[in-house]
Design a protein around this ligand. Structure first.
Ligand code: HEC
Ligand code: HEC
Length: 450
């Protein structure tokens, strides 16, 4: 069972993202204090409070067992909601973005995804292996029993990093940065509800959160779903962005909106290059799973083999070995490195992998990677053969010339939302969070994409 997303395109009017974005005014995103009482009539009031609550939570290290990691430690707003590291760095790491330092054992198995358009109706499968998913009948599926009150995959997803020991929760016996015991890590892995309840207790011990929760969700029963919904609301309001030249051209059809190379690249993408076989629909992703034989890098998901078998870990179907969800290509030019494990540093390398996956896999030596990561590359013949055994051949319908590859890259650039390029540093970052813990910000210097 897999969703077919083409039919949904009609639902997704251009510009709805812009409108959401417009509600996030300067006063909210720059130096306005979080928790300042929102003003206005009730509907606006709780909308504003929900946004403020979501913003505070997204940057709130109190959500992590050791009080050292927030969502924004890895999904760095200044770095277009991701980070320039091939693989995420979890518990025990220090710093944000490029300065984020690896601590022993802290490397996570996968590349930090961007968060653009993840609450779009077309965004049915979350995580590289789709372990959070909305089925065709609307049911939400997740690896753990979800609390009541969640409506979208993005809302369900928000409760999972909190449970993850490597990303946010920490190990039994850990002591938080403020010297208090890490009570979240002491809870058993098979009782997610207890962990969420303990996180909620932490928040309710801070009067500003009590106030924000009441304002954001008047008359709703207190529970972890409110935390998840506020986090999803913040991500939706900030990062549902659809104002790219690609969108403008699709809506208006004015040929002058794209350069000749971009037009040629677009024709290839939807034609001979065969990209739209998988990169289809409003997010340029079929939300299905394919094995492109991307080099296996990092600690993997299986402690014994050190491999990451992707979708197989969710379904147990041998045919799903090494399949990963087709990523959305919106803003793709802004979010290196690429693939589920960040194996490729540049967009060109990621695209070229598709042209001849077997040669790319066999030639890959990770020379551009730091030695510690390069050492984790699985380049042994058995692994390469296993990767190629279930390959979903992504090759173009005919070989492409170098000039055509350049045209494809030019086309991918048209998927960049204008707003992402123009918005300034500090966008979405609160001046403080209610716990008083440090806020994860870009460590300074020019915004890398300006
Ligand atoms: C330690 C770094 C780290 C932290 C902290 C973190 N994330 Fe992530 N996030 C990741 C990585 C890595 C992935 C991809 C994991 C996978 O596919 O298995 C991801 C995936 C996601 C996704 C899925 C997007 C997609 O394309 O499928 C969303 C949404 C998300 N994170 C939101 C959050 C929120 C909200 C928080 C805080 C509650 C958070 N993350 C905390 C690293 C992090
Ligand atoms: C058979 C399905 C399929 C086809 C055809 C395909 N792709 Fe992909 N693409 C994927 C999957 C799956 C991934 C992620 C693979 C992984 O991480 O293991 C991906 C990754 C990417 C990425 C990296 C994005 C990121 O955020 O990491 C880019 C860029 C990309 N594809 C562009 C293209 C272009 C351009 C074409 C046409 C030449 C194309 N793809 C054809 C399935 C496909």
């Amino acid at each position: 069972m897999r969703l077919v997303l083409f039919g949904m395109a009609a639902l997704l009017a251009l510009g709805c993202g812009d409108q959401g974005f417009g509600t996030v005014g300067d006063g909210f995103v720059s130096d306005a204090g979080v928790g300042e009482p929102p003003t206005g009539d009730l509907p606006e009031d709780f909308e504003a409070a929900r946004l403020r609550l979501g913003q505070a939570l997204f940057f709130e290290r109190e959500l992590s067992g050791n009080r050292d990691t927030s969502c924004a430690s890895c999904h760095v707003p200044f770095l277009t909601t991701t980070e320039p590291l091939p693989l995420a760095v979890g518990q025990g790491a220090a710093g944000v973005g490029p300065s984020r330092r690896r601590a022993e054992g802290a490397i996570q198995p996968r590349n930090t995804t961007d968060l653009f358009n993840r609450d779009d109706p077309a965004s049915a499968a979350l995580f590289w292996d789709g372990r959070v998913e909305r089925l065709r009948d609307g049911t939400l599926v997740a690896p753990v029993a979800l609390p009541p009150g969640l409506n979208t995959p993005l809302e369900a997803q928000a409760l999972l990093p909190i449970l993850d020991r490597g990303e946010m929760r920490g190990q039994p016996g850990d002591v938080a940065v403020d010297g208090r015991p890490n009570e979240l890590a002491a809870l058993p892995d098979d009782d997610p509800a207890a962990v969420w309840a303990a996180v909620l207790d932490r928040l309710l011990a801070i009067p500003e959160y009590v106030e924000l929760l009441h304002r954001a969700f008047p008359d709703e029963p207190l529970g972890p779903a409110l935390v998840a919904r506020a986090l999803a609301h913040f991500q939706r309001e900030l990062w549902e962005v659809r104002d790219s030249r690609f969108d403008a051209f699709e809506a208006e059809g004015d040929p002058g909106l794209l350069t000749p190379d971009e037009h040629a690249g677009r024709a290839l993408f939807f034609g001979d290059a065969g990209c739209a076989r998988c990169h289809s629909g409003p997010l340029l992703s079929d939300q299905r799973f394919h094995n492109l034989a991307v080099p296996q890098l990092g600690p993997g998901k299986d402690p014994e083999t050190g491999l990451d078998e992707g979708r197989f870990l969710v379904t147990g179907e041998p045919a799903d070995r090494f399949r990963f969800r087709t990523p959305s290509l919106r803003n793709v030019a802004l979010t290196p490195p690429y693939m589920h494990d960040g194996a490729y540093a540049t967009l060109e390398a990621a695209v070229r992998h598709h042209l001849d996956p077997e040669s790319a896999l066999r030639a890959y030596d990770g020379a551009h990677l730091p030695a510690s990561l390069r050492d984790t590359l699985h380049a042994d013949p058995a692994t390469l053969d296993a990767l190629l055994a279930t390959l979903d051949d992504p090759r173009p319908l005919r070989p492409l010339t170098d000039a055509e590859v350049a045209q494809l890259l030019a086309f991918l650039g048209t998927l960049t939302a204008e707003i992402e390029v123009v918005k300034g540093p500090g966008h979405g970052v609160p001046a403080r969070v209610p716990s008083g813990l440090p806020v994860d910000v870009w460590p300074g210097g020019p915004h890398p994409h300006r």
